[in-house]
Design a protein. Structure first.
Length: 177
């Protein structure tokens, strides 16, 4: 597709006007987040699976998305470690715990994203407690964030029939399919 760009995990992208400095967004799925909870007692005690932004703060403190050897599978290169956070982002977005949460750390906006499914046996096994069907939407001009709720409480599933209409109204963009 012409309007899709595939990037690595993690990836640092800059979004903005061609004539101005944009916002740097670090996108990381979050595969190492369980390791942080396993190794940091304060995160274990607060059951940080329910507060993913606290785990992201620990990632930012260490400036590395997976400082614990073996917490994620990757092949290091001779030149650089792709998991080091070498440039300070304006925003970091993660999703591994499937819970929406917004916070900040040292003026870095933390956006933790949700998912589209309820709890699965795997999620239960790793300690995740998903809060599905919640979509954080950030206005890049004002930095205002709204969390859109597409859940259908009665059916415990996501209702996506009017997503494009809702997103268009919130962010003022045309959503193309």
């Amino acid at each position: 597709m012409e309007n899709v760009l595939l990037v690595s995990n993690p990836a640092l992208v800059e979004i903005g006007d061609k004539n101005k400095k944009g916002m740097k967004i670090l996108m990381y799925h979050g595969a190492s987040m369980n390791s942080f909870i396993d190794e940091i007692e304060s995160l274990r005690l607060i059951k940080a699976h329910n507060t993913p932004a606290k785990v992201v703060k620990e990632i930012l403190k260490r400036r590395h998305v997976a400082p614990i050897h073996g917490s994620v599978t990757y092949i290091p290169t001779e030149r650089e470690d792709p998991l080091v956070i070498s440039e300070v982002p304006d925003i970091i977005n993660t999703a591994d715990f499937h819970r929406p949460e917004i916070d900040t750390y040292n003026n870095i906006l933390i956006i933790c994203s949700s998912c589209w499914q309820s709890i699965t046996p795997f999620e239960e096994k790793v300690g995740n407690n998903p809060d599905p069907c919640k979509v954080p939407v950030l206005n890049l001009r004002t930095r205002e964030i709204k969390i859109l709720d597409f859940s259908d409480e009665k059916k415990e599933e996501c209702s996506v029939t009017d997503i494009s209409k809702i997103v268009s109204n919130v962010v003022g963009l045309e959503v193309k399919r």
